[in-house]
Write a protein that binds this ligand. Structure first.
Ligand code: NAD
Ligand code: UDP
Length: 312
């Protein structure tokens, strides 16, 4: 039985990861400050004697004996991180330092949840790991993008200078149950609006693209990456290459929910990437043939079922 620390474990992705790691027979410690996650996401795990919940902020050092650390603590919704930009930077950078110091001290492997946002508004498409990105260092997304880029640098330098056992995964847009209905990301916004027959809010003309993966596929990729030999450190893209426009997504959500919602076009947000699609060749090679399995329609159906239970 491994002892595994999941920071940001009460968040959307973290809660699925905690559950899966417990189901695989591990002991799991979930650390969270509940700033963008929710206790409701992990409340069903509290009866499990191999699950522990710690209210803590990763910007403050934390000590525990563990074998593995998944460092997920950080708001991921642009609305959330732009509401608290300085805290977001501190979470990414001080959180990375504190967790890397802990990993070194106890000899644990540590996986960093990085992001496709390190590629910014990309002029290479699809994005391979070798692409350095096009990020506005002082724009409204920079607290997140530059925080995550600096965290990657910290991970690589702790590895090179101190032999830290690191893994870096660049996560592309992910969706599924346990997203907060008001967290502001596109899939949760569109589904909640559609279920309430309210207008669907598209920022811009809807021609911008994304490639969304269902959360189960991501969790599978994260665990496979953690289990690779120490010499494999990444970064590795984990995402679903099936790309669609935001307008197509709006139309699909309306159809799947049989909603009466209309589509409303609003001003485009600053520095919004026009296109995003992962090149997953490296993940397929390194992670034992890993590939996303759940298509958009199936993933949206189960996400819609989840939101039906929690919104009127
Ligand atoms: P989320 O906001 O649902 O979860 C993040 C969790 O971290 C929340 O529970 C929050 O309360 C916690 N947290 C935030 N700051 C903290 C702090 N200072 N100390 C302790 N806990 C803190 O977001 P998510 O979608 O589950 O994302 C998880 C991770 O994956 C993040 O690091 C994010 O950057 C990364 N990621 C997510 C996506 C995606 O599409 N969901 C894409 C790329 C990268
Ligand atoms: N978006 C939108 N309407 C919304 C929320 C988001 O049109 O209600 C757009 C947003 O401008 C971006 C895309 O959907 O182009 C994805 O946004 P999200 O916040 O989910 O993630 P991002 O990939 O931008 O971090």
């Amino acid at each position: 039985m491994k002892k595994i620390l999941v920071t940001g474990g009460a968040g959307f992705i973290g809660s699925h990861l905690c559950e899966r790691l417990l189901n695989e027979g591990n002991e799991v410690i979930c650390l969270d400050n509940y700033s963008s996650g929710s206790k409701d996401n992990i409340i069903h795990l509290l009866d499990n004697p191999y699950f522990e919940l710690v209210r803590h902020d990763v910007t403050i050092p934390f000590f525990i004996e563990v074998d593995e650390i998944y460092n997920l603590a950080c708001p991921a919704s642009p609305v959330q991180y732009q509401n608290a930009p300085i805290k977001t930077i501190k979470t990414s950078i001080m959180g990375a330092i504190n967790m890397l110091d802990l990993a070194l001290r106890v000899g644990a492997k540590i996986l960093q949840a990085s992001t496709s946002e390190v590629y910014g508004d990309p002029d290479v498409h699809p994005q391979p790991e070798t692409y350095w990105g096009r990020v506005n260092p002082i724009g409204s997304r920079s607290c997140y993008d530059e925080g995550k880029r600096c965290a990657e640098s910290l991970f690589v330098n702790y590895h090179e200078q101190n032999n830290a056992r690191i893994k870096i995964v660049r996560i592309f847009n992910t969706y599924g149950p346990n997203m907060q209905p008001d967290d502001g990301r596109v899939i949760s916004n569109f589904i909640v609006q559609a279920l309430q027959d309210k207008p669907i809010t598209i920022y811009g003309n809807g021609n911008q693209t994304r490639s969304f993966q269902y959360v189960d596929d991501l969790v599978d990729g994260l665990i496979r990456m953690m289990n690779t030999p120490d010499e494999i450190i990444g970064p590795v893209n984990i995402g679903n290459p099936s790309e669609f426009t935001i307008l197509e997504l709006a139309q699909k959500v309306i159809k799947l929910t049989s909603s009466k919602s209309t589509i409303e076009f609003h001003e485009r947000t600053a520095d919004d990437p026009m296109q995003r699609k992962p090149d997953i060749t490296k993940a397929e090679e390194l992670l034992d043939g890993w590939q996303p399995k759940i298509n958009l329609d199936d993933g949206l159906r189960s996400t819609i079922d989840y939101f039906k239970k929690i919104v009127q």
